[in-house]
Design a binder for this molecule. Structure first.
Ligand SMILES: O=C(O)CCC(=O)C(=O)O
Length: 244
């Protein structure tokens, strides 16, 4: 397994398995995986911006963002100030199963999105999300029109193996994954060979860009991590096509 838990210290690290080279912008590295493209910048957002982002995205009228046991907090009558966090449920065997994380969907109003058979109507852009999207456009050249936010309240929250291959994302989507809060493992595995894995610790302030044919050949997940007690936010910026 390729383990990226150690910070890349040179562009040649892991070159024997998947070559890495500096991104032309000078920030972060391109990881040349077969059948896809990955760009990873561990410190894309500095500590000050990242701390602020966590505070703003979780701002509410009841609990401090840090030092709250969010997994057990009563969220029923909380007023969220920036993001309307919601507990989505999926139907399985006739039962309503809560997803093991909280979510929100923001974006252009004419771009609804369906995942896990949940149809999401976007909440509007706000200054924080708009600012983040501008930073991503500078590095990716892509103007994203939607963002899915996932809040992993502790290491119990997770997301199972899947690909982001919904038709409304187009054939080879570019997806920008931004991370604030606790470091969590982001694991990729080849769809046709589950032993081939890439394990990337997505840390506070990091950016991972997935593009090319990646979603057709690699699945991804964020596994449970029992020792993790604090929150992690993940924002995946996407382009939803109008002709889907
Ligand atoms: O939290 C992450 O890093 C991944 C999120 C994800 O896989 C998704 O939103 O589809």
């Amino acid at each position: 397994m390729l383990d990226l838990f150690a910070e890349p210290s040179s562009e040649l690290l892991y070159a024997d398995r998947y070559p890495m080279r500096p991104h032309p912008s000078g920030v972060g590295h391109i990881i040349d995986v077969p059948d896809g493209e990955l760009y990873y910048a561990p410190d894309f957002f500095n500590a000050k911006v990242s701390d602020r982002a966590l505070q703003v995205l979780l701002a509410n009228d009841r609990y401090p963002v840090l030092d709250t046991d969010w997994q057990n907090a009563d969220l029923s009558s909380i007023q969220w100030q920036t993001i309307q966090w919601r507990q989505d449920v999926i139907q399985m065997y006739g039962k309503q199963i809560p997803l093991p994380r909280l979510s929100a969907w923001h974006g252009d109003s004419d771009r609804p999105y369906t995942y896990s058979r949940i149809q999401l109507q976007p909440q509007p852009w706000n200054p924080a999300l708009d600012w983040l999207r501008d930073q991503l456009q500078a590095v990716s050249g892509v103007r994203f029109n939607s963002v899915l936010l996932n809040w992993y309240r502790s290491g119990d929250d997770h997301i199972s193996w899947h690909t982001d291959a919904e038709p409304e994302l187009g054939k080879n989507p570019t997806i920008a994954s931004v991370n604030f809060g606790e470091t969590r493992r982001f694991v990729l595995r080849r769809s046709d060979d589950h032993q081939q894995k890439i394990d990337i610790p997505l840390k506070h302030g990091s950016l991972l860009l997935m593009s090319g044919a990646l979603q057709h050949h690699w699945q991804h997940s964020v596994p449970k991590q029992a020792k993790v007690k604090n929150s992690r936010l993940n924002l995946t910026f996407r382009v939803i096509r109008s002709d889907s």
